[in-house]
Design a protein around this ligand. Structure first.
Ligand code: ADP
Ligand code: ASP
Ligand code: MG
Length: 423
């Protein structure tokens, strides 16, 4: 008998029919003798609908008071899901009980709309499991020290599931979704994308942080920190397939350090359309200039990603960086109002229509010339590279958004990801 956590995403919970299927699948695992905890998302489209309602009333507000209410509203989507799933399980003759984040409780900090989990109290859950019940816990939400409802950021149910699995020291956390595993790139963009049987934790962390939304990045961080065995698999297989078959399907996130010789150099390609580029032109090139530009940006709680500073001419330089698109207007405003007057920069310019495309692979550590192969593939397609950033196991480029799909396809081919992997 094992303690297993299942997480079901929005599409998997998308209708009462699908919820019934989830219930049948979970009941199958429970009847096989496992203790089951289930963490579902809101039904697909529901979180967008709820946040859309709030936006109708406050189109441009970003005050902390508003953020608090957004969490109050968005968290209701998951509350409906857990209740429906509990009813469906009871209908299958399986004792089940649902809890919200604050009932467990799942304690978080107070960073509304992107809260971090600090502690999970496992007492109530363990008592229910011992009593033979399936425990269903809302994804995406928690509660802060002042008992405000918080949410963990979009896609946060993955993180709830892995954190619950870590707190309960579960034997495995299975992330059921609308694709049958982690692919070499988003299969919706590249038809030839291949499913990976395994992916190293490090690569998954990079893929998630560089835009692959199949797992929220914090869920991968949690899995790494607490060594939670994690698998991504399809919720669209027939619910009654044998458990052994189901349990070995999909993609396993592995924690092995050693890279096999035949390991592909590049394992996957990620892309991110959520960023915007901002440039300060004609900045005096003197010590402290980067700090005087990015200091106020950091103080305004705006995350900066790629940064480049050009070679200076006549004591002046250009300085560019990327921020989340949601922060674009705010950053431009901030630079114009406080950074330009202080630094004496000539001009602020920006482009919200960019995208970042990245190649990821632990094989990059032991191979040279990988980045140049990437640049060649992009150049062959006539795609101009605006910014470049590299780390040990990834290289990212910022390009015009309109070339995103072309770039991803070209790189997928250039690194032989269309071909079946060597075994
Ligand atoms: P859920 O609602 O189950 O959490 P998500 O939409 O958050 O599902 O994540 C699954 C989606 O992630 C897939 O439908 C797919 O389009 C996308 N995706 C992006 N990159 C990848 C990848 N490398 N492998 C698999 N899916 C990916
Ligand atoms: N329902 C939330 C969202 O849409 C959380 C999740 O699905 O993981 O972002
Ligand atoms: Mg998701």
């Amino acid at each position: 008998m094992a303690l297993i956590v299942h997480k079901y995403g929005g599409t998997s919970m998308g209708s009462t029919e699908r919820i019934r299927n989830v219930a049948k699948r979970v009941a199958k695992w429970a009847r096989a003798g496992h203790q089951m905890v289930v963490v579902p998302s809101a039904m697909s489209g529901e979180t967008n609908r709820l946040l859309g309602l709030a936006k109708e009333l406050a189109p441009s507000s970003t005050t902390p008071e508003l953020q608090r209410e957004l969490d109050m509203i968005a968290a209701t989507g998951e509350q409906v899901s857990v209740g429906l799933l509990a009813i469906a399980l009871q209908g299958e003759g399986m004792p089940a009980v649902s809890y919200t984040g604050w009932q467990v409780p799942i304690d978080t900090d107070s960073a509304f709309t992107k809260a971090r989990i600090q502690r999970i109290d496992d007492q109530r859950v363990r008592a229910d499991l011992a009593a033979g019940k399936v425990v269903i816990i809302t994804g995406f939400q928690g509660v802060d020290a002042e008992r405000n409802i918080t949410t963990l950021g979009r896609g946060g149910s993955d993180t709830s599931a892995v954190a619950v699995a870590a707190a309960l020291k579960a034997d495995e956390c299975l992330i059921y979704t609308d694709v049958d595993g982690v692919y070499t790139t988003d299969p919706r963009i590249v038809e030839q994308a291949r499913r990976l049987h395994t992916i190293s934790f490090e690569e998954m962390l990079e893929m998630a942080s560089l835009g692959s939304k199949v797992l929220q990045i914090r869920s991968v961080e949690f899995a790494g920190k607490y060594r939670v065995p994690l698998r991504v698999l399809s919720s669209f297989t027939p619910w009654d397939i044998p458990i052994e078959e189901e349990a070995s399907s999909g993609t396993l996130i592995t924690f092995e350090e050693d890279v096999k010789m035949e390991q592909a150099v590049v394992s996957g390609i990620a892309f991110n359309r959520d960023e915007a580029k901002i440039s300060l032109l004609g900045v005096p090139d003197r010590p402290g200039i980067a700090f005087s530009i990015l200091g106020p940006v950091a103080e305004a709680n705006i995350d900066v990603d790629v940064i480049i500073q050009n070679v200076s001419h006549d004591g002046k330089t250009d300085f560019s960086f990327t921020v989340h698109r949601n922060d674009y207007a705010r950053t431009i405003e901030l630079l114009k109002s406080s950074v330009v007057p202080k630094t004496g920069a000539a001009e602020v310019s920006g482009d919200p229509k960019i995208c970042k495309v990245s190649i990821v692979g632990i094989g990059m550590r032991s191979h040279v010339g990988v980045a140049s192969r990437m640049f060649q593939a992009l150049s062959d397609e006539g795609i101009n590279i605006q910014m470049i950033t590299t780390s040990e196991i990834k290289t990212s480029v910022v390009i015009d958004e309109k070339y995103m799909e072309l770039a991803v396809r070209a790189l997928h081919k250039a690194f032989d990801l269309d071909q079946p992997a060597a075994v």
